[in-house]
Design a protein around this ligand. Structure first.
Ligand code: AMP
Ligand code: ZN
Length: 500
């Protein structure tokens, strides 16, 4: 089966053929580091992390490059507001970005180049563009000559003659940038230094790079052209990606990349997220109260290209959905390990469970092969959990079933890990509330600090109480668990506890 990718430039799904067999080279534009990242940024980064994990699982050797834009007007503005240097701002928010990404279960890229450390490569590229007649210098600025690259506008589907020029940017001396351009559509590759701003030596005097040039220089340096997949949020398609493509193809005379992928925007309660609407959520604030696995479940239940609606209600739904899967995994593993030959009743329909596991793996890969349909892939996991729960619930398990039951659990754990959703993150133990410890102390005399032990002590005390027909104690244990959000299940293998 081939993987199909929706290519924004072709505006259709295309079968994925890597430039080098067995390898995928991908570049995903990174953040401008002037603030903590918000959950909209996180959505885009989680989408591409999932795509990368899936390609790896499918056996490709993936090289993933993501830049950090650490020189930019917004960083300079923030530094001025806070009375510090642009460097200090960029360094602080780069570190915050890295730790936020890790907290969200996003894998580190293979290379994370910083713009400020790649200035020589950018200068070389600008020189090449001037040499080849695609760029010109004027008063220390260098501009890309848009009309020298006939394919300009192809990526974003714009007609060059209908395009408006970019917004008018005023320089410190009051002169408009446009005044220096030959054509209003031309964009800056290099900007002459302004007083008090970070700048570097260049053939055109002191200055700093324009925004787009860094991605062209870094993708060439770390991936070479044409690379396979270029990604980012839909808002980057124009002008950023259009300009990257123009620069790279004009300079090197080869295709820039083979597939363009753009993720949809995240909205909050169906409104655009913005500071002025007061609905602006930082990733780190969300992760303070929400486990990363729950956040990823929410995000992955929407296809990466569709707009995503974020709300507390959807978070709660994702939490419930995740608990269902977790409960299946813990209950089934426990039942497998506690199976006994000393029971009566119908045995497990092993053939049906085997078929369900095979169906899960097949359905998951089919959904993901279809332009990374994570919602469809999760749907397969939910269907499987229902099927497996029904099969397990309809029989009495024997030790001979244990291996197959573990295979069922392993398949779910493995496939969720491909989506970056860890089932291990929150065990009942980590989550064991104080009420359970208090109850364990009162009813069972347990004074330790281990949640699993406290729960077991309570179950043992309940079993003993039931044997003695001491219903008051047995009921107090059941009610205590219920109040703390757990249920006791009595199974042929004994009693066990799971989250409600
Ligand atoms: P920036 O730092 O603004 O360049 O954004 C970094 C990444 O986050 C880019 O790929 C953007 O497309 C993406 N992004 C920004 N806002 C949103 C949003 N509301 N929803 C999804 N992705 C976003
Ligand atoms: Zn970029």
């Amino acid at each position: 089966m081939t993987i199909k990718i929706y290519d924004s430039k072709a505006r259709s799904k295309r079968g994925f053929v890597p430039e080098h067999p067995g390898e995928v080279r991908m570049y995903v534009c990174g953040p401008t580091v002037y603030n903590y990242i918000h959950i909209g940024n996180a959505r885009t980064f989680i989408s591409f992390d999932t795509i990368r994990r899936y390609l790896e699982w499918r056996g490709f050797k993936v090289t993933f490059v993501q830049n950090v834009t650490d020189v930019d007007d917004k960083i300079i503005k923030k530094a001025n507001e806070e009375g510090t240097t642009a460097d200090a701002i960029a360094q602080f928010y780069t570190e915050a970005f890295v730790s936020d990404m890790r907290a969200a279960g996003v894998k580190d890229p293979d290379v994370r180049p910083k713009a400020t450390e790649e200035i020589p490569a950018m200068i070389e590229l600008v020189k090449l563009l001037i040499e080849r007649g695609h760029a010109y210098e004027t008063q220390g600025d260098v501009y890309f000559d848009v009309r020298s690259y006939p394919a300009y506008g192809e990526l974003s589907g714009r007609n060059i003659d209908e395009m408006e020029s970019g917004h008018r940017e005023l320089r410190a001396d009051g002169q408009g940038l446009e005044d220096r351009k030959r054509d209003p559509l031309d964009f800056a590759l290099w900007k002459a230094a302004k007083p008090g701003e970070p700048s570097w030596e260049s053939p055109w005097g002191q200055g700093r790079p324009g925004w787009h040039i860094e991605c062209s220089a870094m993708s060439k340096k770390y991936l070479d052209l044409p690379f396979d997949i270029h990604g980012g949020g839909a808002d980057l398609c124009f002008p950023h990606h259009e300009n990257e493509r123009a620069q790279s193809e004009a300079a090197y005379g080869v295709t820039f990349n083979n597939y363009w992928m753009h993720g949809g925007m995240l909205n909050i309660n169906n409104e655009k997220m913005s500071k002025s609407l007061g609905n602006f959520l930082l990733l780190r604030d969300v992760l303070e109260t929400t486990p990363a696995a729950v956040l990823r479940m929410l995000m992955l239940q929407t296809h990466y290209r569709s707009p995503l609606d974020f709300s507390d209600e959807r978070l709660r739904e994702s939490e419930t959905a995740l608990s269902r899967i977790r409960n299946f995994a813990t209950n089934t593993a426990w039942a497998a390990d506690n199976a006994s030959d000393d029971v009566e009743g119908a045995g497990l329909d092993a053939e049906a469970l085997q078929a369900a596991i095979a169906g899960l793996r097949e359905g998951f890969a089919e959904a993901m092969d279809d332009d990374f349909n994570t919602a469809g892939a999760l749907g397969c996991v939910f269907t499987f959990v229902n099927e497996a729960n029904a099969l397990v619930g309809a029989c009495t398990l024997r030790p001979a079933d244990a291996e197959l039951l573990h295979q069922a659990v392993d398949a779910v754990v493995e496939l969720l890990a491909v989506l970056g959703v860890s089932l291990e993150e929150e065990s009942v133990d980590q989550d064991c509330p104080a009420e359970i410890f208090e109850l364990a102390s009162a009813v069972a005399g347990y004074e330790g600090g281990n949640g699993d032990e406290a729960i077991q002590a309570l179950l043992d005390a309940r079993a003993a109480a039931r044997k003695e027909k001491n219903w008051a104690v047995a009921d107090s244990v059941r009610d205590g668990f219920a109040a703390a959000g757990f249920v006791i299940e009595d199974t042929p293998q004994g009693a066990r506890v799971s989250r409600k």
